[in-house]
Design a protein around this ligand. Structure first.
Ligand SMILES: *Cc1c(COP(=O)(O)O)cnc(C)c1O
Length: 364
């Protein structure tokens, strides 16, 4: 059996360090916004090359708080991708704004500056690109477009921790960004967690307030906020893994490149790298017209595989009505042909070869 993500192998290497950190936290009994959350926020800000990093309860909350702090609200339109996890659009709906879905680039699966520009209206307030599967969106062009039209740029970095664009980290370029520490993400906690990053002092101050009941000083409340803090125990886990994130992402890239080399002659499309952004392979996602045959063969051999994402957001029940008439041909065709293979920081070359041989047998 080869799982999509081998969290156990990763844990085995760092077990002692994490257990010691958790035991110290339990002894200290400082569970809410304690020293590890503070230290992790500083370490993450340093790593990401950003002025402020604020922990919160999940990636979904990180996007929600970032949008709120940037002043996005009812009546505003936010341009984003339909080829993503639902949370991207949920966050936009939570603030009362309208997600406007635009089509993706068939090679990178990310929304493009050209498609965004065509969707801009007088109500457009922000653009929320997703660095999907760990592949950085084309933020050079997208940021220039946002600057030209006076739009906020909020990055969905849930899948891109550690990915760089021309030497800069995703999450350090837009007005604000949201990261997720869901256990299977590139930097994963032992439960839920999230992070907002920004270079703006005002945005950072508002996110800090919002995540803690609208309060800076205990029992004095300035706005209606939320209970959305990063847990102290999760911060222990994240600090341990953050030290190793480059090694983890390097291992993902190694496995991805091996997959692509071994499958170069097969009738499928392996992931594209544009040479500007450094893909960190949160997912290794291919296109294949015979996807269903491949998936069945992998399932028969107990090899993990999954479809991210089978139904684009504009076709989901929840958005069907408000997206009547929206056609996104590239998104729809990618969703109909994509599938993802196991990838993580601990996938051996032998397993990659084994998986490829199952696919080769199926397609030949
Ligand atoms: C995982 C994910 C989120 C949400 O993160 P949670 O921590 O699960 O709330 C948002 N956007 C994308 C693209 C994701 O993959």
């Amino acid at each position: 059996m080869i799982p999509m993500v081998n969290l156990k192998a990763q844990y085995a290497e760092i077990k002692d360090e994490i257990e010691q950190g958790l035991a110290e936290t339990i002894d200290r009994c400082s569970f809410i916004l304690g020293p590890n959350v503070q230290a992790f926020e500083q370490e993450a800000a340093d790593y990401l090359g950003v002025k402020h990093a604020i922990g919160c309860a999940s990636g979904t909350d990180a996007l929600h708080l970032a949008l709120l702090a940037e002043g996005i609200g009812p009546g505003d339109e936010v341009i984003t991708s339909a080829f993503t996890f639902i949370a991207t659009a949920e966050a936009i709906k939570y603030v009362g704004a309208k997600p406007v879905f635009v089509d993706i680039d068939p090679a990178t699966f990310n929304i493009t500056a050209e498609n965004i520009e065509l969707a801009i209206t007088p109500r457009t307030k922000a653009v929320m690109p997703v660095h999907l599967f760990g592949q950085p969106a084309d933020l050079g062009a997208i940021k220039a477009l946002c600057d030209k039209h006076g739009l906020k740029l909020i990055e969905d970095c849930a899948q891109s921790f550690g990915a760089r664009i021309g030497g800069r980290q995703t999450g350090s370029i837009g007005n604000a960004a949201g990261f997720s520490f869901f256990p299977s993400k590139n930097l994963g906690a032992f439960g839920d967690g999230g992070l907002v990053t920004t270079n703006s002092d005002a945005t950072a101050a508002m996110v800090k307030k919002l995540r803690n009941h609208g309060s800076d000083v205990r029992y004095y409340h300035d706005v209606i906020g939320f209970n959305s803090r990063l847990d102290e125990m999760q911060a222990v886990v994240l600090r341990t893994k953050l030290k190793r994130i480059d090694q983890y992402n390097q291992a993902r890239r190694h496995a991805a490149h091996l997959y692509s080399d071994l499958m170069a002659d097969l009738p499928l499309t392996t992931p594209y790298e544009d040479g500007v952004g450094e893909h960190v392979y949160h997912q290794y996602t291919l296109l294949c017209e015979r996807r269903d045959d491949v998936i069945k063969a992998l399932q028969d051999k107990q090899v993990g595989c999954a479809i991210y994402y089978p139904v684009p957001l504009h076709q989901q029940n929840v958005f069907k009505d408000e997206c009547k008439g929206v056609a996104l041909p590239v998104t729809e065709s990618v969703a109909a042909n994509c599938f993802s293979l196991p990838i993580c920081s601990h996938l051996s070359d032998d397993h990659v070869e084994e998986i490829v041989s199952v696919i080769r047998e199926t397609l030949s």
